[in-house]
Design a protein around this ligand. Structure first.
Ligand code: DGT
Ligand code: CA
Ligand code: CA
Length: 587
């Protein structure tokens, strides 16, 4: 069993114990152990073999035994018994946003509610509101949460879908019968959440059944929903569905284009083809109005042969449109006029700002994080550890700041010889009245300030907008973090007028981040075209709490591309001396 899976099970044990109403220290011990294991740099195997696992902080004898059992046998009796001792519906109830194990336990004990459906019924007839500590308002919230759960279920965050797709693509590309293989659909378009994977292979017709056979038997396939000669559907571990199609190589570019979508983009393209007397579908081009020809486009019967997607767009007098832009958001018009932007590429990134370290809730020291950023090929690294109001994240108190700054400077000195720069920032909390939780005098000591809303999410839209706009008016604020506070598939954005926030950012010269953490991807890509028009600059921020998290920068680039951004729009594409000037610009 791998480390990530061990961590996942430990975390689930913590939650199950909470559901049982166990002592909070015991529950927390499992959650903490899960985080620790997940963040380990080394492998679990050697730690277990050498007996060093128990030396880790927070891993006592009982945990060592359980982790070892999991690692060695892929099973854990304790976990299975625990799971069996609770109704399955109860466990599902805690996926309702805002509804934790404590509340689940109360409704279970008092109302015998042990499923989402029963909870919904109990809310609708007022039994939940009548419980001590609940009331009308929380009953209403639970109902909203159930609605959200239903809306979210069946979708997956980008990075999870991406990770699920990689081994499948690798295995298919490795198969001797595969000519070309790509993932299409929303994953290729880099949407923030993914319904299902759409995987496409081109091969000779005679080879298709063998590929189907292999696909449905790949490791990670949990169940097979459909299996045909050229099309199959499976459900992967983790619940992601994957559709798989095998087409001829002549058909491949057309199928890739069609199944990449979006549906709206396809419809617009098809409309454009019709204006030229052509019909376009997943098989190829045919003469419009000749239904028989349309099917005949299959297997290289296209009236215009295209080897690549580029050639399909060319046939329609369009520049090539990158998948991220295919959302029917003006891309066809721009491609016709030759006005598509030259989108940012991963390689354009020169540094990472807004990251955390062991000074607050990060897992690695400033030095380890900066070194990791250097190894990734970046030229600079910035910390932005939490400010004092974030007590849960061990936010820095005023008296710690000199030591924090000294540490960052020391690491900076050390890495200077490699031409690498280290910046000292702060992620300062925006209080409910729009002021920041450090005085201007303190804020002035940092190289830059990332302003962030971390609490008080329930304000009405006008107040929230005024709060954020006021924070941005502070001349020490360099950039605005995750502007809507959303957690994808788990917490809705708070109410805020993004248009007004963007206009204020433009007025004050405040940078807005794309927080590239897979749960956030905030500011949303849909706003960037407008923000760019207003002259707002972007920072792509991993918000890394560990070395591993620095990988999220790549997802941030995908979102920036979706927002039509070029490297000139993103400040961390600038070299260190230039970015330094930008960070200082408002001071
Ligand atoms: P998802 O899976 O919900 O995240 O989103 P997609 O975009 O991957 O959608 P999916 O998997 O249902 O279909 C893949 C692509 O196939 C979609 O982006 C466009 C194309 N497609 C599917 N249904 C239609 C349709 O009814 N008309 C057209 N023109 N294209 C379609
Ligand atoms: Ca899909
Ligand atoms: Ca699909």
């Amino acid at each position: 069993m791998d480390k990530a899976k061990v961590a996942e099970i430990l975390d689930e044990i913590g939650t199950l114990l909470e559901l049982k109403g166990e002592n909070p220290f015991k529950c927390r011990a499992y959650h903490n152990a899960s985080r620790l294991i997940d963040g380990l740099q080394q492998d679990l195997g050697p730690l277990i073999e050498t007996g060093k696992l128990g030396e880790l902080k927070g891993i006592g004898e009982a945990l060592t035994e359980k982790i070892t059992e999991l690692w060695k046998t892929d099973r854990l009796g304790y976990y299975e018994e625990l799971k069996a001792s609770l109704p399955g519906g109860l466990v599902q109830m805690i996926s309702i946003p805002g509804f934790g194990p404590k509340r689940a336990q109360i409704v279970y004990k008092k109302l015998k509610v042990d499923s989402v459906e029963k909870l919904e019924a109990a809310c609708k007839d007022g039994r939940v509101a009548a419980l001590e500590g609940f009331g009308e308002k929380s009953q209403e919230k639970i109902l909203q949460g159930i609605e959200q759960l239903r809306r979210f279920s069946g979708r997956h965050r980008y990075h999870k879908a991406f990770a699920a797709a990689q081994p499948i693509l690798a295995a298919l590309r490795d198969h001797p019968a595969t000519i070309r293989c790509e993932v299409a659909g929303s994953l290729r378009r880099c949407r923030e959440t993914i319904g299902d994977l759409d995987i496409l292979v081109s091969a000779k017709e005679k080879d298709a059944p063998a590929l189907m056979e292999m696909f449905v038997k790949l490791p990670g396939v949990m169940s097979v929903s459909a299996k045909g000669d050229t099309k199959s559907s499976v459900v992967l571990d983790g619940g992601i569905q994957a559709d798989f199609r095998v087409v001829s190589d002549a058909q491949f570019p057309f199928a890739l284009n069609y199944f990449t979508g979006s549906k709206e983009h396809n419809i617009a393209l098809r409309g454009r083809a019709l204006q030229r007397g052509l019909s376009l579908n997943e098989y190829g081009f045919s003469k419009a109005g000749k239904e028989k020809d349309e099917a005949g486009a299959r297997d290289g019967g296209s009236v215009i042969k295209c080897r690549t997607e580029e050639e399909i767009y060319k046939a329609l007098d369009l520049d090539y449109i990158p998948p991220e832009l295919r959302e029917d958001n003006g891309e066809i018009d721009a491609a016709e006029k030759g006005e598509l932007p030259e989108l940012i590429e991963k390689e354009n990134l020169r540094g990472a700002l807004h990251n955390h370290s062991t000074w607050t809730d990060g897992r690695e020291t400033v030095e380890a994080m900066a070194e990791a950023a250097r190894e990734l090929g970046l030229d600079y690294f910035g910390t932005a550890d939490h400010s004092k109001s974030e007590f849960q994240a061990r936010g820095l108190k005023e008296e710690q700041i000199p030591d924090y700054l000294a540490d960052v400077r020391k690491v900076g000195e050390k890495l200077k010889k490699h031409g690498f720069r280290v910046f000292a920032g702060i992620e300062a909390d925006v209080l409910e009245d729009g002021s920041l939780d450090f005085s201007d005098k303190i804020l002035a000591q940092f190289d830059y300030v990332v302003a962030a809303v971390h609490r008080g999410f329930t304000m009405e839209e006008k107040k929230m907008t005024a709060r954020i706009v006021k924070a941005m008016a502070n001349p020490h604020v360099t950039m605005l973090a995750h502007p809507t506070g959303r957690l994808l598939l788990s917490r809705e954005a708070y109410a805020v007028d993004m248009r007004a926030v963007i206009e204020a950012a433009a007025r004050h010269g405040v940078i807005i981040e794309i927080n590239a953490h897979p749960f956030r991807l905030d500011m949303d890509w849909r706003w960037w075209k407008f923000a760019k028009q207003c002259g707002v600059k972007c920072a792509i921020n991993a918000d890394a709490h560990s070395i591993h998290d620095l990988q999220y920068l790549a997802v941030g680039v995908g979102i920036a591309r979706k927002g039509w951004l070029t490297k000139a729009d993103v400040i961390n594409c600038l070299p260190a001396n230039k970015v330094e000037a930008v960070l200082k610009a408002r001071r």
